[in-house]
Design a protein around this ligand. Structure first.
Ligand SMILES: Cc1cc2nc3c(=O)[nH]c(=O)nc-3n(C[C@H](O)[C@H](O)[C@H](O)COP(=O)(O)OP(=O)(O)OC[C@H]3O[C@@H](n4cnc5c(N)ncnc54)[C@H](O)[C@@H]3O)c2cc1C
Length: 490
């Protein structure tokens, strides 16, 4: 028999566990399940196992609003984050609602029954579930394959014992002690890997096509440490969280308002952390403005320290091809390597790859518009979590969860069965994300659109969303509410 729940959550990562905790707290009578494709809770923080894996957001905003992060380190290692997510799931009794190895492959909404029928692949067997509300917390990228550009000559390199690894699939038995390592990339993963690998490697080269902004932040902020030492955990967490929100928002706003000032500040920070005469402009001064792409944060300048010690260096050039001894660059330079780590990024994937349909008609995602960055136009009783590009993911995930709980309460209170956001004719389409990063640009054509004005515009602003998602009226003329018997008579 098909199992039915009020709410079906897809994914048991940070967002899915947070969503379930919100249901536990705010909607005690609501039945729910969490369907998880893998056999563990944790998502990103369980999948990625590369050396040094850590957050690059502070944990006071990466943590859930409802559960204090009590460690004074604000950039935390992957194991601690995973433990935090799992402990939260246990503390709220959410872990008992998770069904593992359940990959959602499709969901069809029936207007007649105001019900989703969700198709699931469970260890190769197809099963179905039904639910009143579908909440997609599937993250934003493909788990099975990271992004890897085509490089010529990889076989020549591997044939003589060279190793090529992608950080998304880090081999447990890889030993880089005393070996020459090249990390290809300039994003958060590359800047994390370089100092971590440099501890044992003979030498590490970070090979980047173009630079990113890199900002050193304290691994442990002394103010946070004092707050945690002197105040009860909940109070200390709330204050530290606000402090981080305001500093991050302030810096983001400055970057957009006076990019040249932010650029100068960032450049000064890097120049001060590197040896005199270091070519900062070639390796750490991007052509784009701060926050046109996600910024890289390094705890206590660990990347710069590795460069200063001579354990690591940065090369800005393009790969021509792999050779039996390493890499040949377009400039003609050769870099010798034993291990090449391709920190070349992720493949974005919307809604965990599941197909959505409404009354049998498949939803073409690029034809939909995102309402408040969490509902899809024309798709009833469906919400999703996609975090901020300029702040911690969880800040948005928590707000979406509060909003979904409000929607569910409104449905109940008024005896409605369904809610859908209807597109408005005067709102023009804009790309879902205004980020120039390669991984975003490669996938924009597959994603929903955002709109030119509220409530369709994604402002990437926690302070704005805090006001609107918590307080905006639900009867806003855009959300359409309905009852099954109204539809039947229509
Ligand atoms: C290396 C790395 C570092 C990061 N660091 C930060 C950071 O410092 N700060 C920050 O804000 N963000 C960071 N992010 C973004 C990060 O993904 C989010 O912070 C957060 O972990 C997202 O949580 P999530 O639960 O939404 O998605 P995920 O962690 O991706 O979890 C999604 C879950 O859904 C499951 N799933 C997917 N599709 C399906 C399906 N069809 N059926 C069933 N289950 C499915 C997956 O198996 C997974 O368990 C980082 C990302 C990466 C890759």
């Amino acid at each position: 028999m098909t199992e039915h729940v009020d709410v079906l959550i897809v994914g048991a990562g940070l967002s899915g566990i947070g969503a379930a905790c919100h249901l536990e707290e705010r909607r005690p009578g609501t039945s729910y399940l969490v369907l998880e494709a893998r056999d563990a809770i944790g998502g990103t923080w369980d999948l990625f196992r590369y050396p040094g894996i850590r957050s690059d957001s502070d944990m006071f905003t990466m943590g859930y609003r409802f559960r204090p992060w009590t460690d004074s380190r604000s950039l935390a290692d992957g194991t601690s984050i995973l433990r935090y997510v799992r402990d939260t799931a246990t503390a709220y009794g959410v872990d008992e609602h998770v069904r593992y190895r359940h990959r959602v492959v499709g969901a069809d909404w029936s207007s007649q029954d105001a019900t989703w029928t969700v198709t699931v692949d469970h260890d190769g067997e197809v099963t179905t579930y039904t639910c009143g509300f579908l909440w997609c917390c599937s993250g934003y990228y493909r788990y099975d394959r990271g992004y890897l550009p085509e490089f010529a000559g990889v076989d020549d390199f591997e044939a003589v014992g060279g190793t090529v690894v992608h950080p998304q699939h880090w081999p447990e038995d890889l030993d880089w002690t005393g070996r020459r390592v090249v990390v290809v990339g300039s994003g958060a993963t590359a800047v994390t890997l370089v100092p971590a690998l440099a501890e044992q490697a003979a030498h590490v080269t970070m090979l980047q096509r173009s630079p990113s902004y890199v900002l050193s932040v304290p691994a442990t902020d002394p103010i946070d440490a004092k707050l945690l030492a002197r105040l009860p955990a909940k109070q200390a967490y709330a204050i530290a969280r606000w402090k981080h929100v305001l500093i991050a928002t302030g810096f983001y706003k400055l970057s957009r308002w006076r990019p040249e000032w932010a650029k100068a500040l960032l450049r000064k920070g890097v120049a001060g952390a590197l040896p005199a005469g270091y070519d900062v402009d070639t390796h750490f001064n991007p052509v784009y403005d701060p926050w046109d792409q996600r910024m890289c944060f390094v705890p206590d300048g660990d990347l710069f320290k590795a460069v200063r010690r001579g354990d690591a260096d940065v090369v800005t050039d393009r790969i021509d091809r792999f050779t039996p001894t390493g890499l040949r660059l377009e400039s003609g330079r050769e870099i010798e390597a034993d291990v090449v780590v391709t920190a070349t990024g992720l493949n974005l994937l919307a809604f965990g790859g599941m197909t959505l349909s409404v009354d049998g008609d498949e939803v073409a995602l690029p034809e939909t518009m995102a309402y408040r960055g969490m509902l899809l136009s024309g798709v009833p009783n469906f919400a999703y979590v996609v975090g901020y590009t300029n702040a911690s993911w969880t800040l948005k995930a928590d707000l979406v969860a509060e909003y979904v709980c409000r929607l569910l309460a409104h449905l109940d209170r008024h005896g409605y069965d369904a809610v859908v956001a209807d597109r408005e004719d005067d709102v023009t389409e804009e790309p879902f994300l205004d980020f120039s990063s390669g991984y975003v640009q490669r996938s924009l054509h597959l994603l929903p659109k955002q709109g030119s004005r509220t409530p369709w515009r994604l402002r990437q602003s926690y302070l704005h969303d805090l006001r609107t998602l918590r307080r905006a009226p639900l009867d806003d003329g855009v959300l359409r509410w309905s009852r099954v018997h109204e539809r039947a008579s229509a």
